[in-house]
Design a protein around this ligand. Structure first.
Ligand code: SAH
Length: 349
């Protein structure tokens, strides 16, 4: 049986040309696009300014991706919400809403699982299941905005998955999310985080997008980086940083360097100095993340003294640095842990 077209992954132009082929009037495409991307309609049935006949036809010809909320955990400390969403094929993914003074920020997943194998990360323990479609990335934000009844202003692609390993769907997702006929989120409020896939970074630099690129660095040299991130065997730091330099030159967007501090592995003041030397020439900002320990690995979070000393050393070298505030501490669990515990529970049951 032929698969139905995933209507929420189509751009307005594509929807128009599909409708044209089917003999549906052009302005209907505008109406349907608005229902899908501005009013977050859950079904064709909801699109009340279309005739019953047309709604029935659309339901026959198209698939409408709609995530089901399987679980939500709300922090009583700062309002952070962790969502577990179920996809049509039964897979589950995680998204997180964080409330900041500057707005509501959603952290979205880009894949079901991940194949990058970072040693400290829970999302990669079971490998990659499949890529998420643009519609499934968009719907994480749509569902959260509906639940919140407030506008989502910022999006970070820092949930499960490596966004540049799902490149085409990622770029389509960003274009649709920032489309003025959709949620119209500013490109400047979107951050994509990568473990350092060099060809992907270089390609992204040429897309004409004004989004922020965050690089997961986690070590000041290849030797330590390889012990934490298998991807470092494929792309040496020199190449990764040179690609980041290209990104900055082409887009004018300042880079973010993420550095998860692991006790006794990458948190020595000597490593802070090496990090400062490494990134001095880049217009970057360092985000220090005390590593979130996962049950399956023995990594331990750096103590607050080491974190402070690390930060100070970077600052002495004129590097702009922040320590990531822990959000939703009471509902915490490292990235991917909510999904993992849900899957383990279902396996046992
Ligand atoms: N694959 C992308 C985006 C997903 S992870 C990437 O690698 O950047 C988002 C960030 O969280 C990355 O910097 C990642 O290395 C970090 N991270 C993952 N698990 C973590 C943990 N247990 N503790 C601290 N940081 C973690």
């Amino acid at each position: 049986m032929e698969e139905k077209t995933d209507i929420k992954s189509l751009t307005l132009e594509e929807l128009k040309s599909c409708f044209k082929e089917q003999g549906i009037q052009g302005f209907r495409a505008d109406q349907v696009y608005q229902w899908l991307h501005q009013k977050q309609a859950g079904s064709f049935e909801d699109m009340t300014n279309l005739s019953k006949e047309l709604r029935r036809k659309l339901a026959e010809d198209y698939e409408l991706a709609e995530l089901k909320t399987a679980d939500v955990k709300v922090s009583s400390i700062d309002g952070t919400r962790k969502y577990l969403f179920e996809l049509k094929d039964g897979n589950v993914i995680e998204s997180v809403l964080m409330k900041y003074r500057h707005g509501n920020s959603v952290c979205v997943s880009s894949q079901v699982g991940c194949r990058m194998g970072c040693r400290f990360c829970a999302s990669t323990l079971e490998g990659l299941e499949r890529n998420l479609r643009p519609s499934e990335m968009l719907d994480q934000i749509y569902q959260i905005q509906k639940d919140l009844v407030e506008r989502v202003s910022h999006v970070v692609v820092m949930g499960t998955g490596e966004p540049l390993d799902n490149y085409d769907n990622l770029v389509r997702f960003i274009r649709m999310l920032t489309d003025e006929k959709g949620l119209n989120i500013s490109q400047r409020n979107i951050t994509v985080s990568t473990c350092g896939i060099v060809p992907g970074i270089i390609k992204l630099a040429e897309e004409g997008l004004s989004i922020t690129l965050a690089l997961s660095l986690h070590a000041p040299n290849d030797e330590v980086r390889k012990t934490l991130m298998p991807v470092a065997n494929r792309y040496p730091l020199a190449q990764v940083l040179s690609a980041c330099g290209t990104y900055f030159k082409r887009t004018g967007r300042r880079l973010t360097f993420e550095y998860s501090l692991v006790k006794g592995v990458n948190d020595d003041p000597k490593e802070a100095q090496a990090l400062a030397d490494l990134i001095k020439g880049y217009q970057g900002h360092v985000n220090l993340i005390p590593v979130n320990p996962i049950r399956e690995r023995s990594y331990v979070q750096s103590d607050s003294h080491s974190i402070g000393a690390f930060k100070e050393r970077l600052e002495k070298n004129g590097i702009n640095v922040t320590v990531r505030r822990e959000m939703g501490r009471d509902i915490n669990g490292a990235c991917g842990q909510l999904r993992k515990s849900y899957m383990d529970k279902n396996k046992e049951g």
